[in-house]
Write a protein that binds this ligand. Structure first.
Ligand code: FAD
Length: 373
């Protein structure tokens, strides 16, 4: 592994470790080692190490909070960077140009009705009553490193009178991970607040994209296929009603408390409106489908178990392996196919797996199995 010595010689101030276990760096505590691993807290280090790795053709994977990534039991070859760059800059309002964000997103609404009580299915979260728009409030430009912890950003910004992120309370995420999959909270997507994103492309060039260039959609962004590395993002937030936003944070946290943390969040995307109509279901929620239609709630393989609290989540109830987790996913996919002629699409990312390990799970394994550059 000559490149470990190369990296260490090039960046003596950074600690690079061989065969470092990645499980502790994920919420689900699953995953083998990184061939080479480093934690980066400075943006300048993230830029320099990324550019060096690209130039030397060292396979590169960026990990944020690890809340949406299933890592193979064999680990990830190449360099894995845990991004902990945490800088938040609030710009003076005179520098805030009010463009490029759109609160009335055109993103398909299939997550919206997912957990509403009128469906007869309530997995603990009903956000519909809490929603409001704050588009009338003055805007404020905030730049955040991709490694910023989303929960920390919500609290820090609220304490400075800045609102807009309250809908994402209790979502374990880095800002980079949140943009990568355009996270959703209630009726909102994080992309609604984005103005632009600074990235490093495959040639090592630093670039900036406007939000309109990011292909933001339900559980999608350009980063799924571009393999660019997100360095930082400019958000247009609000000088909004802070007490109201704080009350949302409290209500949201209460509703989301039921969701198991030893998981990767909802494993599958909700089904489309067309599929929902074909199956005559009251909700597009895959939690509903798994619990009520496939009756698989509680299924356990090894230590990976479909949560008793929320059937869209698969928990690690002990010492689950990635193979256990994948086996549960496969069972659900096969049952949905057999009973409903439905191919469920995973919402999580698979890092370090071979295409054959993901056969039947990820339709385009090479494009979606990893965010490796
Ligand atoms: C209990 C629980 C509740 C959840 N609730 C929600 C919810 O309400 N709504 C929702 O949308 N999601 C939810 N999730 C899923 C998860 O929190 C989000 O998807 C989150 O955005 C993941 O961010 P992360 O930093 O952990 O990403 P990671 O898992 O670290 O990475 C995910 C992918 O993004 C890539 N990536 C990360 N950072 C970068 C970067 N800087 N540049 C390029 N690529 C990068 C990674 O390589 C990987 O492919 C939940 C998860 C859990 C465990």
């Amino acid at each position: 592994m000559a490149y470990l010595d190369q990296l260490q010689a090039q960046f003596p101030e950074i600690e690079f470790e061989a065969e470092q276990s990645l499980a502790p760096h994920t919420t689900v505590k699953i995953g083998g080692p990184a061939e080479v691993f480093c934690l980066l807290k400075e943006k300048v280090h993230l830029i320099n190490v990324t550019q060096f790795a690209l130039k030397q053709n060292i396979p590169l994977t960026i990990l944020g909070w690890g809340a949406n990534s299933l890592i193979s039991d064999s680990g990830i070859r190449g360099l894995v960077i845990k991004n902990l760059c945490q800088e938040i800059t609030v710009h003076p309002q005179s520098q805030t140009v009010e463009t490029q964000t759109d609160q009335s997103t055109t993103t398909p609404a299939r997550w919206q009705a997912a957990d509403q009580p009128e469906t007869g299915y309530n997995a603990g979260a009903d956000f519909s009553q809490l929603d409001y728009f704050e588009a009338e409030a003055p805007r404020v430009l905030v730049t955040m490193d991709a490694g910023v912890s989303l929960p920390m950003a919500i609290n820090t910004l609220l304490s400075q009178g800045i609102t807009g992120l309250q809908w994402y309370t209790r979502i374990p995420a880095s800002i980079g991970g949140a943009i990568y999959n355009n996270i959703h909270g209630g009726k909102h997507f994080i992309g609604e607040l984005l103005q632009s994103v600074q990235v490093i492309d495959q040639t090592g060039e630093l670039k900036r994209y406007l939000a309109s260039e990011l292909e933001l959609d339900y559980d999608h962004s350009r980063f799924h296929h571009s393999k660019e590395i997100i360095i930082s993002a400019d958000f247009l937030l609000f000088k909004g009603a802070v007490e109201k936003a704080k009350s949302i944070v409290i209500a949201w946290a209460k509703q989301k408390a039921i969701q198991p943390q030893n998981s990767l969040g909802c494993v599958f995307q909700n089904i489309t409106a067309k599929e929902q109509a074909r199956l005559g279901l009251p909700t597009p929620s895959t939690g509903y489908l798994i619990q009520k239609v496939l009756t698989l709630q509680g299924l356990q393989i090894g230590d990976a178990k479909i949560s008793d609290r929320h059937a869209a989540f698969i928990e690690n109830v002990g010492h689950a392996t990635a193979a256990d987790y994948l086996a549960v996913i496969r069972k659900i996919i096969q049952a949905a196919q057999a009973k409903c002629q439905l191919h469920l699409k995973p919402e999580i990312f698979f890092l370090g797996f071979t295409a054959s390990e993901l056969d039947g799970i990820v339709q385009t394994a090479s494009a979606e199995s990893s965010a490796s550059a």
